[in-house]
Design a protein around this ligand. Sequence first.
Ligand SMILES: [Zn+2]
Length: 280
Amino acid sequence: MDPFVQHEADEQTTLFYIDSWIREISYVTAGFTSRRGGASKGVFDSLNCALHVQDDADTVISNRTGLALALGMDPTAWTCAEQVHGSRVHVVTSTDRGAGRENRESAIQDTDAIITNLPDVLLTSFYADCVPLFFLDPVNKAVGLAHAGWKGTVQRIASKTVEAMGANYGTRPEQLLTAIGPSIGGCCYEVDQGVITHVQSLGFSDEIGYKTSGTGKYMLDLKIINRELMLQAGILPSHIEVSEWCTGCRTDLFYSHRKENGRTGRMASWIALKEEVMAL
Ligand SMILES: [Zn+2]
């Protein structure tokens, strides 16, 4: 079964929870939204979670509030960054709680990975084909999210997030649980030689994660590349859950930047330590 398990939160709303984590670790919520739910219209139909795509801002904020409540979180806990396809990791502190919830100006700037060990902070990041990475350290009680498109992937954002959790929370790679969420698969993601040259610069011994699809073109699977980077960072194979969901194949469930020619909404990845972590 896919680690991202489809749940119908209500008649309109589909959410994908990392069931195995939630079952085992009572104080964590983690998962990925679908496009189903919320009130956005047209190409954003309907659970668009991002403010940067020219959707109506009030509707997006209302979508976010609905999601937070569905997760049992305070809507003011919603915390996010302005993503730039970079590899900077930001340590989320109490002054960051709520950053970016109501407008882009207040978001954590120039950042694609966010980590925290604070309870009651709902970390979120946004996707339409890029790869959502999830990090959970159940020993030191810390969590993280990283946004990995091809640029973030080849800048090793996966490894940099692991290192930042180590430096800030004492996280050891072998204790870390990770998940790679729904995103565009090798079935749908054609790229040119320029992208593959960057992938090759990672220095893997074999042609991991891509194959030729025609003259000068390749089908690239960023999930496989990120899994490899996580293994290199010292994550145990059994601690890397990889989703099979492809956003390009399933535009009924997901927004796809590729399949919808750039005019579409964004899903959210989320992870949080719930309030009861304090009591443990
Ligand atoms: Zn596909």
